[in-house]
Design a protein around this ligand. Structure first.
Ligand code: NAD
Length: 393
């Protein structure tokens, strides 16, 4: 069976779906790996490193994809009216496609995969169970995004993060507020703390409090009773009501008066990200303050943040809206992502190196989008019903 890896062509993307390490492992499983020439370049993996690991190199994406039984991707493939930009057309019917396919954000594309006879898996739909942890690409990438967000903030901030006592005077430690203390937020807290900042954080989920405190940061509780029911069975946050949001804004306005840097990471799966900082709230920050909006691709936690840009408000506050934060640390992000995909692939391939899709397995069931020309994922059916209800109301 042949596995294909190609260059990721979407904007802001430097990662790649395989590493020399995972290529070696796949070859060890009895699989053949073909990589488009230059596919690893953005992540500093050379063709030579891929070849040494056992891959063959194809001159272009069409050649790599055309002969593949399984395609490993970071971003969803390009589908376009312009033939030269369309990657999907190279895949033969029955090809397995695995990647961050964003089915809830781009449901129409899933129907295109079905029509093309592709067997598509969206790795972000993995259930958060212990057995799936080694495949959890959302977590591996969010962890690095949180780390990088703290570094980007420190870089744009005109002051130092740690307290420094020098002969020329004392520099005060920076005060960092992290909003949303999930995987990315906790790593942003840990990184800002390592840099010497004084860190506080908030989250809707009650479980976050202890995790934040264990990292040496203080926790801002908005509403203890609401926090107890804010977590879904899958471990994600629910969308909070108007009343909670108003109380959250009041509490955060107070905190902003003592804050230099804000890192926002709050997400609700399949929904627009909640707005946590309005334009009026931003005015509470002192000029020179820095805000990172890690949720910018999901609509943004910060009112007015701009995708792919850093801009300064008229009051002198810098808003960082970098797109695809994990891609800004492409080597490690690719290493971890590639390992996640390899671990997932091991579920689909039997000991003789043959494809074996066990649809009774809960990991397969949750991630499989299309099979035999049809959209088969229950999460998409629920999303379609919700969308129809919104449209009808
Ligand atoms: P996420 O990326 O969906 O959201 C980021 C954070 O934003 C979450 O902590 C969420 O509670 C928070 N948030 C949402 N709305 C908010 C609001 N209005 N105000 C403030 N905060 C808000 O979540 P995530 O980081 O992927 O994971 C959430 C939890 O799941 C984490 O605690 C993590 O430890 C847990 N997890 C478990 C597993 C597992 O396998 N068991 C795997 C990964 C993550």
């Amino acid at each position: 069976m042949k596995i294909a890896i190609i260059t990721e062509r979407r904007a802001f993307e430097r990662r790649v779906a395989a590493s020399p390490d995972t290529i070696k492992r796949m070859v060890g499983m009895g699989l053949e790996v073909v990589a488009e020439s230059g596919a690893g370049e953005g992540a500093q993996f050379t063709d030579d490193a891929f070849t040494a690991a056992g891959a063959s190199i194809a001159a272009d994406a069409a050649t790599a994809l055309g002969s593949a039984d399984i395609v490993l991707k970071v971003q969803r493939p390009l589908i376009s009216e312009e033939p030269e930009r369309d990657e999907l057309r190279f895949l033969k019917r029955g090809t397995v496609l695995i990647g961050l396919l964003q089915p809830l954000r781009h449901p129409a594309e899933i129907a295109v995969y079905a029509d093309a006879g592709i067997v598509a898996f969206a790795i972000e739909l993995l259930p958060r169970i212990t057995r799936a942890q080694a495949m959890d690409a959302l977590s591996s990438q969010a962890n690095l995004a949180g780390y990088k967000a703290a570094l980007e903030a420190a870089d744009e901030f005109g002051r130092a993060f740690p307290m420094m006592m020098t002969a020329a005077g004392t520099i005060k430690a920076a005060r960092v507020l992290v909003m949303g203390a999930g995987v990315a937020g906790l790593q942003a807290i840990a990184t800002a703390r390592r840099l010497g900042a004084i860190v506080s954080a908030t989250d809707v989920r009650a479980a976050a409090k202890e995790q934040v405190q264990s990292l040496g940061a203080s926790f801002i509780t908005i509403d203890e009773a609401a926090a107890r029911s804010a977590e879904t069975a899958e471990g994600y946050a629910r969308e909070m009501g108007e009343d909670y949001q108003r109380r959250q804004r009041d509490k955060i306005i107070e905190a902003l008066k003592r804050t230099d840097v804000v890192i926002c990471t709050a997400l609700i799966p399949g929904r627009k990200a909640p707005v946590l900082l309005t334009e009026a709230m931003l005015d509470e920050l002192a000029p020179g303050s820095v805000v990172v909006d890690l949720a910018v691709e999901a609509g943004g936690n910060v009112e007015g943040s701009r995708l792919g840009e850093i801009f300064t408000t008229r009051k002198g506050i810098k808003i960082i809206g970098h797109a695809n934060m994990p891609s800004r640390i492409p080597t490690d992000a690719s290493q971890l992502y590639a390992r996640n995909l390899y671990n997932f692939l091991a579920l689909l391939v039997d000991k003789d190196g043959k494809l074996k899709i066990d649809t009774a397995d809960e990991i397969i069931k949750a991630t499989l989008l299309t099979e035999n020309g049809a959209v088969v994922n229950p999460a998409l059916a629920v999303a379609a019903v919700a969308e129809a209800q919104v449209a009808a109301s």
